[in-house]
Design a protein around this ligand. Structure first.
Ligand code: GLU
Length: 377
């Protein structure tokens, strides 16, 4: 696995606020400088690097100082982000200028990546920046994000970015050193063991071992990193979770040293183009419940979903919408583009495909969700 990471061509590096903060408020400038030195080193090795950086909120709060006050309500945090985002960029600009590099700011809202045309546009812009030799620094557009429509945190945003730019590797740098094995004592208490060197993303032990954020500086925690690693795996990317404050951490990862935990995408099928978007960034507007036979055919044989396998349709969506497919227990197992709108699907659910035309008066395809527009999660 380490060798595979060494062969990276494009990497997305997520930098958590805790990596360059001394405490909750103050920037550890030497730590930040050495991080940028590491990034420059990777670029000189021939890697393409896209950054996802947190820190806007923290920088805004720091800049305000006393005036910031103790509040943590959302409008206040969004205002801090507005104040701090340019501070954050200024810091990147200054440090990268020592290496003759320019940085470009990109702020994404969840909707920018969930809508296919905007997603493609963003991809084009990132590719052009790459051609121009600029380093893209991405953050969530915090000032306009709403609770319902957030990435969750920058770990998820970074994972979606990995799919967007076609990165083979995602490095999540934070105060989390990696995934640790956990033993449970007689009273259920957690005892931390060794750091896991490498593990497949769908290994069930991960869910037992991962715990929430310890420091409370960022929003992440291990669970969020695991979720991100699983999203990244859907586009075939390997994720490295590593301690961002450790000296030369990026160089050591690139040298193949055992640092942090590697999440191997395992046997996730290799997907391309639209399917990467469907698997990681698209947002579903409806849900289709499938019977066991349909689920098995989709999962095992890569079949399309036929109307005969549908037992329920939730939501009000049009043809072409992104829908989730779930089994009868409500477990989501795939996502795809629906051929028919919700109302039509309800009418043809449970029927053979030969009946579609007589029921609806028209037929587009035999399938309700075609295999070419479907991704198994
Ligand atoms: N976008 C937030 C910031 O820049 C951070 C979100 C996160 O840490 O996940 O302050």
């Amino acid at each position: 696995m380490r060798e595979l990471v060494q062969q990276t061509e494009h990497v997305v590096i997520k930098i958590g606020s805790a990596v360059f903060l001394r405490d909750q408020l103050h920037v550890d400038r030497p730590a930040f400088a050495s991080l940028v030195e590491g990034i420059d080193d990777l670029i000189r090795r021939g890697w393409s690097v896209t950054l996802v950086s947190s820190g806007a909120v923290a920088m805004g709060r720091q800049w305000l100082g006393e005036a910031a006050g103790p509040g943590r309500e959302i409008p206040r945090l969004q205002a801090y982000a507005a104040l701090g985002q340019s501070r954050l960029m200024e810091m990147y600009e200054t440090e990268f200028s020592h290496y003759g590099r320019k940085v470009a700011q990109i702020l994404f809202s969840r909707g920018d990546l969930s809508e296919r045309p905007r997603y493609l546009n963003a991809r084009q812009t990132l590719a052009t920046l790459e051609e121009l030799g600029a380093v893209a620094v991405i953050n969530e557009n915090d000032t306009v994000a709403t609770e319902e429509l957030r990435f969750g945190d920058n770990d998820q945003l970074a994972a979606m970015t990995a799919g967007l730019v076609g990165a083979e590797t995602l490095i999540l740098l934070s105060d989390v050193a990696g995934l640790k094995e956990v033993e449970f004592g007689p009273a259920g208490e957690r005892r931390l063991g060794a750091t896991v060197e490498s593990i497949e993303v769908d290994d069930p032990r991960i869910d037992q071992w991962a715990g929430p954020s310890a420091t409370g500086v960022g929003t992440g925690g291990m669970i969020s990193k695991v979720r991100a690693a699983r999203i990244a795996a859907r586009s075939g990317a390997t994720t490295v979770i590593a301690p961002g404050k450790e000296r030369r951490v990026l160089q050591r990862i690139a040298d193949g040293e055992a640092v942090g935990t590697i999440f191997d995408p395992g046997n996730s099928p290799t997907v391309a183009g639209r399917k990467i978007w469907l698997g990681s960034s698209a947002l579903a507007t409806g849900k289709i419940t499938c019977d066991q036979g349909a689920r098995r055919a989709i999962r095992r044989q890569g079949a399309s979903l036929l109307p005969s396998g549908i037992t329920a349709v939730d939501g009000d969506f049009e043809e072409g919408a992104v829908v989730e497919l779930c089994d009868e227990k409500g477990q989501i197992f795939a996502r795809g583009l629906t051929v028919y709108g919700a109302q039509d699907l309800r009418a043809i659910a449970g029927h053979q495909s030969q009946k579609i035309e007589s029921i609806l008066g028209f037929k587009v395809l035999d399938a309700a969700v075609h295999r070419d527009n479907l991704i198994i999660l």
